[in-house]
Write a protein that binds this ligand. Sequence first.
Ligand code: HSE
Length: 400
Amino acid sequence: MIKVAILGYGTVGSGVFEIINENKDLITANAGEEIEVKYVLDLRDFPGDPCEDVLVHDYNVILNDPEVEVVIEVMGGLKPAYDFVKSALEAGKSVCTSNKELVAKYGAELIKIAQSNNRNFLFEAAVGGGIPIIRPINMHITADKICEITGILNGTTNYILTKMDKEGADFDSTLKMAQDLGYAERNPEADIEGFDAVRKIAILASLAKGKTVDFEEIYTEGISKITATDFKYAKAMGRSIKLLGKCKNEDDAVVASVAPRLLAPEHPLYNVSDVVNGILVRGNMVGDLVFIGSGAGKLPTASAVVSDVVDSVRHLNVSTTVMWDEEKLELEDFAQSKKQFFVRANVSKEEAEAVFANVEYVDAGIDGEIGFITAKMSEKDFDERADKLGKVITRIRVEA
Ligand code: HSE
């Protein structure tokens, strides 16, 4: 029997506890050993809850117990998660986590500690909720150069954008629903402003490139400025608006970003709706692979965490984690990246054409403004022209 400890009894932690107990026989068969939760760590008490008998408030009880082979970190945040995880790995325990903040910031360091102790640091649930994406990139797509990863990586924002698109719902009440359903981060700004998605694309990019991609160097724009009128224009174009995390080879450089983009129905991620996440991985040999599934929520996320626990029990004293190096990957300056832009502006067509030359107008029946799509140009070029035009209400990047 293998003893494990769960750090944090929130949405995901209680889901992990539930799955390990509910699917015990199947998990035992898959892991080759029975898995028992010896401790649950939380500051709070849970009277009457099934975790009550194993609840502890002091992390040292877990750290100093040699019987605990696997630590499951589902607290989120960096403090105290980083110290807890690092000390567990140094003590020769494997760690499974859903914590994207931790993996994006300290992934390379923690992987190295795990490897030097012949243990594993696994984080399938950190990206895409229940979707298997870390293991496929790390273990399966190994014959290809990965030239692009494009993902809808945040369930909360996809849920909000879908409701705005399909039902004309307002932003605040939809966010509240996502929070009630357990999708949102404790601080909703992390979802809305793209801070959650940028950590996830940084993790995927680091995996794909084998070097550390610093999330703080990735251009990040959230959905807080997207309006119902933007969706009217999107409809007139036959497109939808999605928050995309992207990491792509452009010429000889790697460009990464998180931003809302206009997607055409032919795009593999166009129909990825509600809390669902979708990730397109483009290899130079295999072509396009698309991974779709529940991107947030208690049981989908916990399912991915438990799959890591099974993996770490199967490979108890073998480090299977060849992930990425601490060396930093230099990203291309986002200002040089080229694309088409959709623009709304309070100007005449003559003024728009004087600055942007060839434009394609979009008529959404909105008075007092015009909407148009520019030719392909760099971000820098676009910004300069938009400044020159003035009276720009908004601009959204058009996904090719
Ligand atoms: N808040 C995140 C989301 C949770 O909405 O996708 C899963 O990482």
